[in-house]
Write a protein that binds this ligand. Sequence first.
Ligand SMILES: [Zn+2]
Length: 129
Amino acid sequence: MSDSTIPSIDTDRGPPFADREAVRVRLGSVEVSGIDNTSSNSYSKPWVKRWEEIVSQEAGKCVEVNCKRAADRGGHVWKTSDRSKRHCYIIPICRHHNLKQYDRGGNPGNFLTKPDTYGVKMSSHEAYA
Ligand SMILES: [Zn+2]
């Protein structure tokens, strides 16, 4: 078996997940915390495309309240106040706000979103699909 017969992951489309479970929700002026171990995954760019499809907006600027950088990736976050971790959200963010220091348990461990932010809500296990 040659290497060329091993199926590769299609990173243009991102991992499959159930679209019917991914919905647009208001996520403005909310404290959010990054999900561990997703900040460096190779699906970051496709996730922001998925956000654009579901929210029907261009990603534009990072959703952190004071950030003026372009959102070039989709970050996976929880609401900081939500301890159940049942649902997570994709939001468009910049490289800086995707760093581990904004993950739960980091320092500061969260950030506040802009008032007009939308997130794509999905079940947490889908984030690791
Ligand atoms: Zn940012």
